[in-house]
Design a protein around this ligand. Structure first.
Ligand code: ADP
Length: 349
């Protein structure tokens, strides 16, 4: 069920507050709001507020003991202040999809698209219909005839993913380490470099922008090569993909047209799937092969932490804007323009 908030009639951005929860990309979102002249607030679970105070980016820090206080306490405060909630990766993880759907406060983005993004089959349907190239998916372990990556459902940050090259290898690892987990997908392992493309689509300007690109710094995938192959085997290391940080990337300029087309196709297709379609920040998680094929293995329909290196903007936003434009700031600018032109409803889910 999706609830509709009651919208204030004001066209003055000063009557609103940008709100998010203290984690993930909150620093950037808060600074971005301030840079656009909007008030902001951050909701922190006790013990995590220090960083938001240290950097002084928040006008108000609301500290709660547990996320369960959201219904009883937090939402009421948000509604009182005309707060517009900006979701990020941790926000969705803490709240859960159902709660996001029934939230009463104003929410930037499309809530319905979360269903398409969180269900692997629906996500694939969306990306395929957008004419993107995707890694092959194998039906069953017996079909494994190449390098594949096994992904468990809901595995945060790639935890527990493993690589197999034959059905025997698959069963050896699966039975030994994950005997009770049967909700997984077997995906062709694409050899190439991971690139995460950060987009922004504004329903106000109706323009798709490329904000930046990053790659992730993952433990231990990014450190295994630091010891020689024989030592890797001797240590019996299993590759894991726990994200520790993000590294900025600039792509070959000749790849940009394809990246733009991919983003545009995803937005176009999303409009056929649900009401307002996808808008605001989103990310296509890609592998680029040596033949410069771009394969997409996942979409994130919100701001990703890979935009965090670009608090002061990226080489791409520097080309377009005359101020440092982070993705966080771009969100606030979208909201500000929507409020000023009486179109707030168009950017709320
Ligand atoms: P997320 O953390 O967003 O869920 P994943 O967990 O899907 O991302 O991916 C974890 C890691 O596995 C990333 O480093 C990604 O580059 C890699 N990866 C995922 N799918 C593939 C694939 N089909 N081929 C090669 N590498 C992949």
């Amino acid at each position: 069920m999706i609830s509709q908030p009651i919208l204030p009639a004001s066209t003055d951005p000063k009557d609103f507050v940008i709100a998010t929860i203290g984690s993930h990309s909150a620093l950037q979102i808060l600074k971005g709001a301030r840079d656009e002249g909007l008030r902001n607030l951050v909701i922190c679970k006790k013990g995590t507020e220090d960083v938001y105070k240290r950097y002084g980016v928040a006008d108000e820090v609301i500290v709660i003991d547990d996320w369960s206080e959201w219904d009883s306490k937090v939402e009421e405060e948000l509604i009182k202040r005309n707060a517009i909630v900006i979701p990020h990766g941790s926000f969705i993880a803490y709240m859960g999809h159902d709660k996001v759907g029934t939230m009463q406060s104003m929410y930037y983005g499309t809530k319905e698209i979360l269903h398409w993004e969180s269900d692997r089959k629906m996500e694939r349907q969306w990306l395929e219909a957008s004419n993107l190239k995707l890694p092959k998916v194998l039906e069953k372990p017996e079909d494994i005839d190449r390098s594949v990556i096994i992904k468990f459902h809901g595995a945060g940050g790639g935890f527990g993913y493993f690589i197999a090259n034959t059905p025997e290898q698959f069963y050896e690892v699966k039975n030994r380490k994950y005997p009770d987990q049967n909700d997984f997908v077997i995906q062709e392992y694409v050899v190439g470099v991971p690139i995460y493309a950060h987009y922004f689509y504004s329903p106000i300007t109706q323009e798709l922008e490329i904000m930046s690109f990053d790659k992730r710094y993952e433990s231990n995938a990014d450190s295994i090569g630091r010891i020689k192959a024989a030592d890797q085997l001797a240590a019996n290391i299993h590759t894991s993909y726990t994200i520790v940080g993000n590294i900025p990337i600039v792509v070959r300029e000749s790849l940009l047209p394809e990246f733009f087309t991919m983003g545009e196709n995803v937005v176009e297709q999303s409009k056929k799937l649900c009401g307002k379609g996808l808008f605001g920040p989103f990310c296509l998680e890609c592998i680029v092969t040596r033949k410069l094929e771009i394969l997409v293995f996942e979409i994130s329909a919100r701001i990703v932490a890979g935009t965090n290196p670009f608090v002061e903007g990226s080489p791409y936003t520097a080309l377009k804007y005359d101020v440092p434009m982070s993705t966080g700031r771009r969100i606030s600018r979208d909201i500000k323009e929507a409020i000023e032109s009486g179109r707030l409803e168009e950017v709320l889910g």
